[in-house]
Design a protein around this ligand. Structure first.
Ligand code: FES
Ligand SMILES: [Fe+2]
Length: 438
């Protein structure tokens, strides 16, 4: 079980908190490059509980700075983005992307005060159509995580962003809670109505699969496995990766190059950033699962997510139209008729609804984690150990200084002939024969 104190350690991300310190050792994907236009309006950006603004200057460089002007704390969101910097509209102080004060027009130049003031700026880089932010204080920032997907040609990478109204760990745990698949997503499906060749088939045939769970260099890993006919095993591998990434099993292992970030905006809001290879045989690319007779399986749609228009609010970006206020679009008739087990249409929306329904931050002391929740338990332990080691002895968390650990991480499903090899050897052998970036 997780105590209330451990729960606070795991879920709080503000400056000076144990997990907030862990998060500040990594680059986090935060904004789409297209959200900040050259000399265009700054955007409000909430990240790790800090209120920031992001803007792109006349040279195309992206700045991410504390929204408070260092003069009298007026918000730089209101600022004028002009000629190489952001100018506060209160007294006209102007700052560049590194936080240097370029101009202080209300103070005589000969008083030399301009050199004494800096805006609080964080490092930003662009990759895969995203602005990544490093919120730590190392003079030399760490390298980006070496996910395979980031090494693919830019035009083969796709990105989705969606906000989730709950704590980052709660959202992430929705991904590594694999035992829910045969219920939340497929509880209404009778296996005899589905062809054995459909990837959906095995997850609903045996709704209580066995698991292996272990620590991995990048965090934790599990393999769910089920017998799949004579002499074969159906595997579903998935990963948690420091500090807030997952790799889901919902794609064919051989080509499933992707990474899913659950970036904390504040303690009760998370930005899901999904970076994936367009050519992979992943859930995004596959057609909706169907019954033998060709009818789509209810509730398993993947596209068609309705989004609200972005606003300039702190939490106004990339929000889904379905939320607690409209019961996530639940259709009680479909639930009752068992057309859709949950009554909610769409796999991502079902996960969104479940994790948001727990409230902004789960009360861990209220839970009763079962043996089927080993991946969750182990991941929390791994996070707590890393956070404590960092706070107590300055030991850096996994992958912070060694981004190559992410290279060995892949998830997805595959069939393999039964053998005496360990599950990790089966994984390594399958990974070795998989598709990789050029
Ligand atoms: S508060 Fe920004 S210039 Fe005065
Ligand atoms: Fe799910």
């Amino acid at each position: 079980m997780t105590t209330a104190i451990e729960g606070a350690e795991l879920t709080q991300v503000g400056p000076g908190t144990p997990m907030g310190r862990v998060m500040r050792h990594y680059w986090l994907p935060a904004v789409r490059s297209s959200e900040v236009e050259r000399d265009g309006p700054p955007i409000r950006l909430m990240l790790l509980g800090e209120k920031l603004v992001a803007f792109r200057d006349s040279q195309g460089r992206v700045g991410v700075i504390d929204h408070r002007c260092p003069h009298r704390c007026a918000s730089l969101f209101l600022g004028r983005n002009e000629q190489g910097g952001l100018r506060c509209i209160y007294h006209g102080w102007k700052f560049d992307v590194a936080g240097n004060c370029l101009d202080m027009p209300n103070v005589p130049e000969d008083q030399g005060f301009k050199q004494k003031v800096k805006a609080k700026a964080y490092r930003a880089v662009e990759r895969a159509g995203l602005v990544w932010v490093y919120m730590g204080d190392r003079a030399e920032p760490p390298p980006l995580p070496a996910f395979e997907v980031l090494d693919l040609p830019a035009d083969e990478i796709n990105v989705h962003m969606m906000q989730r109204d709950c704590n980052w760990l709660q959202a992430l745990e929705g991904e590594i809670d694999t035992a829910h698949f045969g219920f939340l997503h497929g509880g209404h499906v009778d296996p005899k109505d589905v062809a054995e060749t459909d990837p959906f088939y095995y997850t609903i045939t045996n709704r209580a699969p066995q698991y292996h769970v272990a620590d991995a260099p990048w965090g934790t890993q599990y393999a769910g496995y089920r017998a799949a006919g004579p002499g074969q095993t159906y595997w579903r591998f998935a990963n948690f990766l420091f500090p807030c990434w997952s790799q889901a099993p919902n794609g064919e292992f051989m080509s499933h190059m992707h990474a899913r970030a659950w970036v904390p905006l504040d303690d009760g809001h998370t930005m899901f950033v999904f970076i994936f290879w367009k050519k992979a045989k992943s859930a995004q690319a596959l057609p909706q699962p169907r019954y033998r007779d060709g009818t789509p399986i209810g509730g398993t749609g993947r596209g068609g997510i309705r989004m609200l228009p972005n606003t300039t609010d702190w939490l106004g970006r990339w929000r889904m139209a379905m939320n607690e206020g409209n019961d996530w679009g639940m259709d009680r008739d479909k639930q009752r008729r068992n057309e859709i087990y949950s009554g909610i249409d769409g796999i991502h929306l079902q996960d969104q609804a479940i994790t948001e329904s727990m409230g902004p931050v789960t009360d861990f002391a209220w839970e009763h984690l079962a043996p089927s929740d080993q991946m969750i338990t182990r991941t929390r332990r791994r996070l707590l150990r890393a956070a404590r080691a960092l706070s107590e002895s300055g030991t850096l968390p996994p992958g912070a200084d060694d981004p190559a650990v992410y290279r060995g991480a892949r998830s997805g499903y595959f069939l393999s002939p039964d053998s005496t090899a360990s599950w990790q050897d089966v994984y390594a052998a399958t990974l070795a024969s998989a598709v990789h970036p050029p």
